[in-house]
Design a protein around this ligand. Sequence first.
Ligand code: ADP
Length: 203
Amino acid sequence: MLVVGLTGGVASGKSTVASLFASDGVPVIDTDLIARELVTPGQPALAEIAARFGPDALSTDGTLNRPWLRQRIFADEAARKVLESILHPRIRAEVQRRLEALRLQTPPPAYALVVIPLLVETGAYDALLDRVLVVDLPEDLQLQRLMTRDGVEEPLARAMLAAQASREARLARADDVINNRGAPDDLMEQVERLHRLYAGLAA
Ligand code: ADP
């Protein structure tokens, strides 16, 4: 089974692209979804966050207090590193578990897609991946889509982009590129071409 890592900047179109592969029957493992599942009540990661950050990290209903935590780590590099040290190893372990489960299927899928927003920034997934697919678009367009989707003002949107790997760094890591500057319909053709490529490589 071939393992393809899918990455791209915030609001580049990763989820949109992943759902097109999924509709082709390709198994998709999404590290953002795993991260959310890991901090639901009862999970050890949530207990560890509460232990390290104090009771303010939890809302009164026992769920993660996301706005508080976001604020807490925004200006504090050390706090962000603590949070990452709790979450990142667990996310990676869960990705490995899910890949293993797919390999044990009879027959295993030809390939699987793992969506990893910080693939280039962390490098932590390199050993698990056979190929890297980057969703690419010019930064002005990315900025527009981010502001529209998340309803954020331009200064915050720019700060979010600046906190990530540059477009060039991402492209330098790419084996394959999906160009998402056009209409959503343009994505389908590119996904179909890559779907055939990956199925062929796996065979
Ligand atoms: P990501 O998962 O990388 O953060 P999304 O898939 O959520 O990005 O896409 C970001 C936003 O841009 C979403 O609102 C999505 O509907 C929109 N979008 C994605 N691709 C296109 C496109 N080709 N044209 C216009 N809007 C798009």
